[in-house]
Write a protein that binds this ligand. Structure first.
Ligand code: NAD
Ligand code: MG
Length: 393
């Protein structure tokens, strides 16, 4: 029996994780569920999964959840704030932590899970992008086990040899991350200048949270994933490439020096990588549809267009610059995406804000997580100055 904490239980990844767990009640129990909004939903999940702990954002929410669980014969303790998240991630009764909070907010609890030596199922790519070296050092030092949930990285993981942490660079010629291209793949620059948040969050193949949906539309999601792959698999940036594959059937590929290419395929359903990581190294059913290649027909591949979608190149630039540059990239992107979703910034200006932030904030070497959070906060202030300067019309 595995005991699981789900950080971000009410989100898209959290909901899919609970769905997989529901199919295997004999193998998994839910220890803690955390949420930042949607208290009704959290209460409903607590009533069904009976966690020992529920964590919310503030005292008012904690009261609401406690009230909602009253008289239900549940022994769910309700905590709030950062300390609550860290308790959920590190409790001695937990062995597996699904890190599915969106953005920088997930960093501290995910890092705490690593330091507590947990098995981490990593969806929260922003945490790794902003603190790559420090996070990976903690994983190694405390013998935490890191399993990727991001479909591309889960595919790469499945396509690598079991002893992949040894001498991978000698054997692997390239890692090819596939990108769907998002909802604006075939938009002209004129069309891109006018897209709305509503259009940006309507992804053709996946139903996801708003932030990652906008990232998919701008291709920044793929940029973050290049950095994520760099840290997860320890291959240099020039061996990580992106190919646009609109059908989202091949989730990524590994090319070996002998010319062999190994890939993982499946229907676009996050329950597949989630079930893979939950059961690893075993296998179990996920509830996803099986892939029907005949019905699928053709699979196509093209190069990403860096003129219409400059964010991918910005991510490579940040990775090349190293040190704090990916932290800056991530923080500026989070602020720009929030401004776009709030109708304060045009879609095409997202990359301008990130580029200006990268050019303005000096590259420094963070020594600890406090340094990272300081760079993150400073970048957000600077990014907001640029956001206010960009005209919306
Ligand atoms: P989502 O917006 O649907 O859910 C986010 C979850 O985090 C919610 O439970 C929310 O309550 C919680 N949360 C938000 N802000 C918080 C804060 N400040 N403090 C604490 N909790 C907070 O997002 P999602 O689509 O499920 O994505 C989650 C993560 O997984 C992201 O990092 C995303 O990049 C990654 N990911 C998602 C998918 C997908 O298919 N949705 C695929 C790959 C990777
Ligand atoms: Mg992905």
């Amino acid at each position: 029996m595995r005991h699981i904490t789900i950080l971000g239980a009410t989100g898209s990844i959290g909901t899919n994780t609970l769905d997989v767990i529901k199919q295997h009640p004999e193998s998994y129990t839910v220890f803690a569920l955390t949420a930042y909004s949607q208290m009704e939903r959290l209460i409903a999940c607590c009533r069904y999964y009976h966690p020992s702990l529920a964590v919310v954002a503030n005292a008012k929410q904690a009261e609401e959840v406690s009230r909602g669980l009253k008289g239900k014969m549940l022994k769910t303790e309700v905590l709030y704030g950062e300390q609550g998240l860290i308790a959920a991630a590190t409790d001695a009764r937990v062995d597996t932590v699904m890190a599915a909070i969106v953005g920088a907010a997930g960093l501290k609890p995910t890092l705490a899970a690593a330091r507590a030596g947990k098995r981490i199922l990593l969806a929260n790519k922003e945490a790794l992008v902003m603190s790559g070296q420090i996070f990976m050092d903690a994983v190694h030092q405390y013998r935490s086990e890191l399993l990727p949930i991001d479909s591309e990285h889960n595919a790469v993981f499945q396509s690598l040899p079991m002893d992949y942490d040894r001498n991978l660079a000698d054997r692997v010629r390239r890692i090819l991350l596939t990108a769907s291209g998002g909802p604006f793949l075939n938009h002209t620059e004129t069309m891109l200048a006018q897209v709305t948040p509503e259009a940006a969050i309507r992804h053709p193949n996946w139903v996801m949270g708003k932030k990652i949906s906008v990232d998919s539309a701008s291709l920044m999601n793929k940029g973050l994933e290049v950095i994520e792959a760099y840290w997860l698999f320890g291959v240099p940036a020039n061996k990580i490439e992106v190919v646009v594959h609109p059908q989202s059937v091949i989730h990524s590929l590994v090319e070996y020096i002998d010319g062999s290419v190994i890939a993982q395929l499946g229907s676009p359903d996050m329950r597949i990588p989630i079930a893979h990581a939950l059961a690893y190294p075993k296998r179990m059913t996920s509830g996803a549809n099986f892939l029907d290649l005949i019905r699928q027909g053709s699979l196509t591949f093209t190069q990403p267009d860096s003129t219409r979608f400059p964010c991918l190149d910005l991510a490579y630039r940040a990775l090349d610059a190293g040190a704090s540059a990916p932290t800056v990239l991530n923080a500026a992107n989070e602020e720009a995406v929030a401004a776009f979703l709030g109708n304060r910034l045009r879609f095409m200006s997202i990359s301008n804000v990130i580029e200006e932030a990268l050019e303005t904030v000096a590259v420094t070497q963070a020594k600890n997580i406090e340094d990272i959070l300081e760079i993150d906060a400073m970048t957000r202030r600077i990014a907001n100055r640029f956001i206010n300067q960009e005209t919306i019309h």
